[in-house]
Design a protein around this ligand. Structure first.
Ligand code: TXA
Ligand code: MG
Length: 341
């Protein structure tokens, strides 16, 4: 397939919305990561997404909408907690899950009776959805199990020749995917993101956090979100996380660095801003400020992609898993396959 590319200044909306209405696939920027969009009301078009990504088809998709009215036809009803959250956080990086209406095809939800919906904040995404006139089913626009794409180049690398078009909207602001909150029973965070537990609690009161957010799924565990079952965000390199105080963690990293290097492995350190002095003289990149984890979220996937194929091993520190640190540690732990020392 010959993939079309559009830059943000061109008049791409008519062509791209035609592609969507005709059942094709368009990758587009959002404020979180790039999405791979298809007409979310067309089961065949949605099947194309699974094929292009190599995504297991029991992993459901998020429907992206451009106005609140679109939501009313996708859910059976709209609970009051959802209305409050929508007023507070939409458009933005929050996905809400509730009981689906008959209008939503099973291909989107992997035959679950619930559907995930989000209104992205990115202007290009909103324009594309509005002009197409349908909700866009869109997972992250990467080959399944690889780090999510946060730039046009990442999407091009994974999807060139597999999809109809890619819109270049530059670098994504958040760099990690939306917070996923289920409202089916007690509000539960299935995937943490830039909208933090305390931000949600300030609007609707207590929210639970699914145990799989920071630990591997136990074999006997009920799978709240099928996406939690799968290997995720994995670069080619082995990723190892060192825990403890910054001093302890950086000492562990230096020891591992020596061990791995002497066994012939090529290693790089992803350092926090404050730990940088500990690693003087070693191959090292700064991932962000651990006091402001949102800066680390913004760089994680792109650094994993950039260095994951050049090195055998990436060594990095754990940070506190509160607020935006929860989203960061969730992605880092999965990228490492929960390899934490
Ligand atoms: O920021 C984002 O959310 C990005 C951009 C493109 O909007 N999208 C994204 O989609 O990350 P995806 O497909 O990569 O991740 C969706 C997650 C998966 O873990 C999936 O299992 C979960 O949401 N999910 C979707 N529908 C669900 C449902 N009905 N019940 C439980 N989990 C669901
Ligand atoms: Mg994904």
């Amino acid at each position: 397939m010959n993939t079309l590319y559009f830059n943000a200044n061109s008049d791409f909306i008519p062509t791209c919305s035609d592609i969507i209405r005709a059942g094709g696939l368009v990758a587009f920027p959002t404020e979180t990561v790039y999405g791979l969009g298809a007409n979310g009301l067309d089961g065949n078009a949605v099947n194309g997404i699974f094929k292009a990504k190599g995504r297991p088809n029991d992993n459901p998709l998020i429907l992206h909408i451009a106005d609140k009215e679109m939501l009313f036809s996708l859910w059976e009803s709209v609970p009051s907690a959802a209305l409050k959250l929508i007023d507070a956080f939409w458009p933005g990086p929050l996905t809400l899950i509730y009981k689906k209406s008959a209008r939503v095809p099973n291909e989107v939800t992997a035959s679950l009776d619930t559907v995930a919906v989000r209104m992205p904040r990115h202007e290009i995404a909103l324009k594309l959805i509005k002009e197409a006139g349908v909700p866009l089913a869109a997972p992250s626009a990467n080959i399944s199990s690889r780090p999510s794409p946060t730039s046009f180049e990442h999407v091009l690398h994974d999807m060139d020749g597999r999809i109809d078009a890619i819109i270049d909207g530059g670098k994504c602001a958040c760099g990690v995917e939306s917070t996923v909150l289920s409202l089916v029973d007690t509000p539960t965070i299935l995937r943490p993101g830039a909208i933090t537990p305390s931000m949600l609690e300030s609007v609707i009161g207590k929210v639970e956090i699914a145990s799989a957010v920071l630990s591997p799924l136990r074999c006997d565990e009920k799978v709240l979100s099928p996406g939690l079952k799968y290997k995720h965000y994995a670069p080619d390199a082995e990723v190892i996380i060192a825990s403890g105080s910054p001093q302890q963690a950086s000492q562990k990293i230096k020891t591992l660095f020596d061990e791995y290097t002497s066994s012939g492995k090529k290693c790089i350190i992803f350092s926090t801003l404050s730990s940088l002095p500990f690693y003087e003289g070693l191959p090292c990149v700064t991932i962000g400020d651990s006091e402001n984890p949102i800066t680390m979220c913004a760089n994680l996937f792109s650094l994993l992609r950039e260095h994951g194929s050049k090195y055998d091993c990436i060594l990095t520190e754990a940070i506190k898993s509160n607020d935006e640190g929860l989203a960061y540690m969730n992605r880092l732990l999965r990228a490492s396959g929960f390899k934490i020392v």
